[in-house]
Design a protein around this ligand. Sequence first.
Ligand SMILES: [Zn+2]
Ligand SMILES: [Zn+2]
Length: 659
Amino acid sequence: MSGWKLSHESIPKNYDPNAQEPKWEEFWLSKEVYERVYKLKRDGRPIFFIDTPPPFTSGDLHVGQGYWVSIADTIARYKRMRGYDVLIPQGWDTHGLPTELKVENKLGISRNNRELFEKSCVEWTLKMISIMKADMIRLGYRPDWEGFEYSTHTESYLKAVQLSLIDMYEKGYVYLDTFPVIWCPKCETAIAQAETGYQEEDGFLYTVKFELEESGCISIATTRPELIPACQAIAVNPKDERYTRFVGKKVRVPYTQKSVPIIQDEDVDKEFGTGAVMVCSYGDEMDIKWIKRHALGSEQIIDEKGRFTKPEFLYGKSVKSARETIVQKLKNDGLLLDERAIKHKVLIHAERSDCRSPLEFLEKTQVMIRLKQSLDKIREIADNMLFYPEFMRNKLKDWLSSIEWDWIVSRQRVFGTPLPFYHCKACNALLPVPKELLPFDPRKQPPPFNKCVNCSSYDLEPLTDVCDGWIDSSITPLFVAGYFNGDKALFEQAYPASIRLQGQEIIRTWLFYTIFRCNAIAGKPPFKAAVVHGWVLDLEGRKMSKSLGGAALVRQVISQYGADSLRYTLLTFPIGFDFEYAHELVRKGKLFMQKIWSAYRFTAPYVRDVSDNIELSPVDHWILSELKTTIESVTRSFDRYEFSEGLSKFYDFFWHDFL
Ligand SMILES: [Zn+2]
Ligand SMILES: [Zn+2]
């Protein structure tokens, strides 16, 4: 650096990030710098593999997404400084309902026109990726785009997902079952328990009179009178003396005249309504349990679109209109004893903020993955992993304790990974497609076999459903580490990943499914630690989301304050906790950037080569010692992913000692 002199005048007084930052982006993206810095070297140094989230491709990056991007980039740069060979991939979760809904609703293309529909989904996805990627780059994000960018709809990824499913099939996890599945009538597909949630709604509690077969009557309480025609039993609590004399008797179901028993079950809440409830196929998860537990029959009266198929007077009606119709009829017939406004919790399709439709339970033949016998193993893995912050471990373990059903894997949609199986109608076996033919689409390609390997029947049919999107994304550590393309050396060094970075809202999906699937496939847990961040909230205190409105876009914030100001601001919040975002915070962040810039402008002309045998003054010694202490202390914080703590130490040093 000898002879390199800067004058105050050659450095602008005002810090203008929009003049400075793009230069660095270009520098970081250059081929030369990539080869030297950002490329995975595989030179024998320990690999630090960050399993970054493949975001769903939704276009403009909002600040909530900019948050994890800032964390991922900070970790990668920090670990590189610490001497690691950093593996930071970036994937794109391209399949799934949201894209299909966009193509259906925004572009008006019907999914019945399958070819055009799929093509449009891919086009839409690529467009969204290019917007998102540009925003990420402008935020200073520098993953290994050249070596480790992936999209879940591409051939190599499809092949990996299909291989992973066949592997799990061979290990006995995958099976076909006819089962009441959780069904979204709006999206017209089965969904997993993990995608559901409850929403408090205004409703009515109806008290309805059922006639006993012999004589007399019993009153039941229900929020869903439209399901009366699917009633299979009346249930009361065994401790409820009001009803002891009714147990074992039969009632006639209004309008179907079906004869159903009065049964006892300790899960009936004596305090709810009259204390007697009807068991229908299916009003909620409790109905499924009761019907299985008491070996009751079942009858389906709602179709895939949420329309009634029977009885005749409800035919073709929506749930809402069927409810109105039957309530009116019960009133006219003198069977409605009471109608009371209540607030109650309704099971909805919560994971998709643009759906939130109430859900139904429909009996369907679905591809399932056995989960329940793996829960103890996953609990053990959770106990042995590191969690940052620590309390996130319990969020995972709470979820493990609440899992009740196996994983429904098939989705009745178009844009997804095809299930690589055929079904033998004669013996009901699942037949996997030979691995050498993968990726394979049974919906489009000629069958790879003409008879069943089990029973030699010719009566085979392709599975036409696609996979739940979490099937795709739950193998990211295996895919990136080369498990499916046979890069054994990389796999040995990079797997398990050093950390999984993700948001708290996908603990019960992405975190859980990845641990479960990767461990089942590779026999080893997928990562050593999970870094789980909280939500960025909008000014109304909701998780920032474009579909709700109120989302601040990264590009706009940067054009006003710069990427560094935004990144700095986001990282000043402790990881794992939610925080409200406001532009004002970034404006303050920018003032700090200006301070650093001014300090640079002031000192740059005096910076000399340290090899020039400089005599240090006592003040020099003092500030260098303060600097050393600060570096040690920031390092301790960054090692625990406590960026807010580290930044505040740096801020104190800079503001109180250095200036
Ligand atoms: Zn839905
Ligand atoms: Zn067969």
